[in-house]
Design a protein around this ligand. Sequence first.
Ligand code: PMP
Length: 434
Amino acid sequence: MSTSPAPANVVDPALAARLPELRERYAALQSRGLSLDLTRGKPSAEQLDLSERLLSLPGEGNHHDASGTDVRNYGGLDGLPELREIFAELLGVPTAQLLAQDNASLRLMWDTIVQALLFGVPGGDGPWSAAGPLTFVCPVPGYDRHFAICEELGIRMVTVPMTPDGPDAEAVAALVADDPSVKGLWVVPTYANPDGSVVSEAVARRLVSMPAAAPDFRIFWDNAYAVHHLTEHETKSANAIDLAAEAGNPDRVVMFASTSKVTFAGAGVSFLASSPSNIAWFKQHLAFRSIGPDKVNQLRHATFFGDAAGVRAHMAEHRRILAPKFAAVTSILTDRLADASVATWTDPDGGYFVSVDVVPGTASRVVELAGEAGIKLTPAGATFPYGKDPADRNIRLAPSMPPLDEVEVAMDGVATCVLLAAAEVAEAATTADD
Ligand code: PMP
């Protein structure tokens, strides 16, 4: 991942002089009556079409898994062995430590935390809910649905900054060391949502080995974008489960993944991987919630992919569709904004998002201006707990869903809004100096 030039903390006063030109350009943008949407990281219809064959699989008469189980019947709590094997290879975990479950990894994250609250986890001394108010460490910018889970469950959130190598590990270590209320840390290790960073081995080692005041501290290792490369280079995040075991904290990491952005979003297969004792713990409670996952869908996926190479080839097709859209975002932001020093942005090697930092105090104004010109953006603040970005600076862009020509139009419009909001600040500063 590379990033654009360093952020400007103060806006160049000279930008105020461009206000009339920018207002004119914005009026022209508004008059186009656009209706464009860069809000959420959804696959486009063209991407979904890549998996169309799934709809006719596993096919009549094809209903046994590799071990001879009839997938149409109850049972098989761990998920289909052959599908687990494929994803164990891709995620770098032993098959025995990987469960294949139903359609959403977010559900597995929710279940893990709720089970911890109700029953406690291995290595702990009782239900988390009995331990008083809990705290999770949330790297920012981050994924809004992680924060929403915490908010819904009454878990306090404290933030640490993201770096190009993942969360600021020293900041995390300082928070975790002395406070036993800190039970969790969110990490998106590969092509993070939204900043595209990848957790380095050094950061992973620090996170899995740092002393934690809570003996049952857990890292929620959400590997949602493990195979979602935008270049030919298949960047891999560090193997946290192995490293945690090596560091003597084998139960610290719980990994999640899914095929939501591999096959059908919301109709794929989810995965949970962890230490043998965490897997046994998760299954012990899972057994009350379900007699077994949707094995028909799992067989459909296993047949569709064949093997791990099949997944990689399929992801290369996604890349063919997605890479030009991300390239358009980078080149338009560079062309329009680089000289003005009003923003920095990520240029990710994978994943679904571009993270943009605009002039502090203007992110909500940019989103408002874009919205009034028919370009819907993720609300400012969404990448922070409670929806509040203290600097009102970060905006998450999701270019996957609209066709390329719409991404181009939308990004040109966004650039105009970023410049206009910055020029408004420059003018206000000039006026205040008068
Ligand atoms: N984790 C991250 C980091 C995501 O960006 C997303 C999708 N936006 C999810 C999880 C959701 O995954 P699933 O569909 O498997 O619940």
